[in-house]
Design a binder for this molecule. Structure first.
Ligand code: ARG
Length: 395
C-alpha cells in the first residue's frame, strides 16, 4: 500500500509517518508545501521524513500559487469570517488537498493522509477538497482514527525515536502562513483569560510598538495589490513586508470567539498584520470606485464567500459563481490608498483612483457646488411618500 501524507515536519505529522507504516504496512510518501510558515527549511523537513522511514519526499514552494489563486481572491472578496478572521488557515487546505491528489495520481497511490484531528475545521476542508477532485481516493486521518491525546503522542514519539521538538511543553496549537498566524488551546480555552504576551510572534504589543507613525501607500489594480509606496512589488514580497511593518506597529491582533463548522464555539487568536492592512485598504478603495448599490450587495456576497471558504466549500459551484460576480466588480477597483500605521491601527488617511465615483462638484460646499439643491425638495417628497401615506392612514 502506498500513502501520500501531508507533512509539516512537526511532531503530529511525524507521528503519522510511523503510525501509517505500522498500521497499514504502507509505504509513506510525504508532501510538504512552503506557504510562508516562517523559518522552514524544506530540505531539513525532507531529511526528517526520510529518517522516519518515508519512502520518498516531495517539497514544493507554493507561495506564488497561494497568493495568486487563494489570497488574491480572498482580498477581492474582503474575506473575513464572522466579520473578523481573514481565513488564513482555511484557504491553505484546498491548496494542500489539491497537491495531495495530484501527487497521489502521479505516484499511483492508494490513499492520502493528513494529521488533522476529529473536532477541527481542517479535516473537513482537506477531505471536501480531496473528495471533490478524486471521489474514490481513500483518505486516512491518523489523529482522528487513533484519538491521539498529547500525552499519548509524546509517549509514542519517545518509543519510536521521533525527535521531540524544543517547544513540546507549549500548550498552544499554532498554524501559520503568509496570510496569518493562528493560535489556540491551552490557557486560551478560558475565554476570559487574557492572552499571555509570549503567544505573539509577529506583532508587538501596542505598548511596545514604534513610537512614530509610518505612512504607506498601497496601489491596487483590479482589486489586487500590486505596489507599495509607488514601487511595483510581487504579492509574496508585499505580504511579507507588510507583516513585518504592521507587526512593529502592533497591527493585526485578533482575539475572537469563533463558530467552528463542526458546531463548537472556540476561542481563537490571530496575528495578521498584512491581511489587516490590505483588506482595510481594499475595502476603502471599493467604497470610492463602486456604487452604493454594488457596495451593499457585495457585502452579502463577501460574507458568503468567507463562509464558504471557512467551511471548506472551495469546490462548491456557488463559490465559483460568486467569484465571477466579484471579478466583474473588481474591474474598476484600481487606485491608491494611503495609510498611517500607528499604535495598533492601520488608519486610512487618503485614497485616489482613475475610476473614482467621487465628484467634487457634487460634494463641495463652496461656490463650485454643481449639485442642484432645488431637486432635493421634490426628491424628498417622493422618497417619503409611502411613509407619508401610511402616516395619514394612522391618523
Ligand atoms: N480556527 C482557525 C480555522 O479554523 C485556525 C485553525 C488553526 N489550526 C491549527 N492547527 N492550529 O481556520
Amino acid at each position: 500500500m502506498k500513502i501520500i501524507l501531508a507533512y509539516s515536519g512537526g511532531l503530529d505529522t511525524s507521528i503519522c509517518i510511523k503510525w501509517l507504516q505500522e498500521h497499514y504496512m504502507a509505504d509513506v510518501i510525504t508532501l510538504t508545501l512552503e506557504l510562508g510558515q516562517g523559518e522552514n527549511d524544506l530540505r531539513e523537513i525532507e531529511r526528517k521524513a526520510e529518517s522516519l522511514g518515508a519512502k520518498k519526499t516531495y517539497s514544493l514552494d507554493c507561495r506564488e500559487e497561494f497568493v495568486q489563486h487563494y489570497i488574491n481572491p480572498a482580498i477581492m472578496a474582503n474575506a473575513l469570517y464572522e466579520g473578523r478572521y481573514p481565513v488564513a488557515t482555511a484557504i491553505t487546505r484546498p491548496l494542500i488537498g489539491k497537491h495531495l491528489v495530484r501527487i497521489a495520481e502521479k505516484e499511483g497511490a492508494d490513499a492520502v493522509a493528513h494529521g488533522s484531528t476529529g473536532k477541527g475545521n481542517d479535516q473537513v476542508r482537506f477531505e471536501m477538497t480531496i473528495r471533490a477532485l478524486s471521489p474514490d481516493l481513500k483518505i486516512i486521518a491518523p489523529a482522528r482514527e487513533w484519538d491521539l491525546t498529547r500525552d499519548r503522542a509524546i509517549e509514542f514519539a519517545k518509543t519510536e525515536g521521533i525527535p521531540i521538538p524544543a517547544d513540546i511543553n507549549s500548550p498552544y496549537s499554532t498554524d501559520e502562513n503568509l496570510w496569518g498566524r493562528s493560535i489556540e488551546a491551552g490557557p486560551l480555552e478560558d475565554p476570559m483569560h487574557q492572552p499571555d504576551e509570549d503567544i505573539y510572534k509577529w506583532t508587538d504589543s501596542v505598548e511596545n510598538s514604534h513610537n512614530k507613525p509610518e505612512y504607506i501607500t498601497i496601489e491596487f489594480e483590479h482589486g489586487i495589490p500590486v505596489g507599495l509606496n509607488s514601487d511595483r512589488i510581487n504579492g509574496v514580497e508585499l505580504i511579507k513586508k507588510l507583516n513585518d511593518m504592521g507587526g512593529k506597529h502592533g497591527i493585526g491582533r485578533i482575539d475572537m470567539i469563533e463558530d467552528r463548522l463542526v458546531g463548537i464555539k472556540s476561542r481563537e487568536i490571530y496575528e495578521c498584520p498584512a491581511a489587516t492592512i490590505i483588506l482595510g485598504a481594499h475595502r476603502d478603495l471599493e467604497r470610492l470606485t463602486l456604487t452604493r448599490e454594488e457596495v451593499l450587495f457585495k457585502e452579502i456576497v463577501d460574507s458568503m464567500w468567507a463562509r464558504l471558504a471557512y467551511f471548506g466549500q472551495w469546490h462548491e459551484p456557488l463559490l465559483h459563481d460568486l467569484n465571477s460576480f466579484i471579478a466583474k466588480t473588481q474591474e474598476s477597483v484600481s487606485g491608491t490608498v494611503r495609510m498611517k500605521l500607528y499604535k495598533g491601527r492601520a488608519e486610512i488617511v487618503g485614497r485616489e483612483s482613475g475610476n473614482s465615483l467621487y465628484d467634487l462638484g457634487m460634494a463641495t460646499y463652496d461656490e463650485n457646488d454643481k449639485f442642484n439643491h432645488k431637486l432635493a425638495e421634490g426628491f424628498i417628497r417622493l422618497w417619503g411618500l409611502p411613509s407619508e401615506i401610511a402616516s395619514r392612514r394612522r391618523k
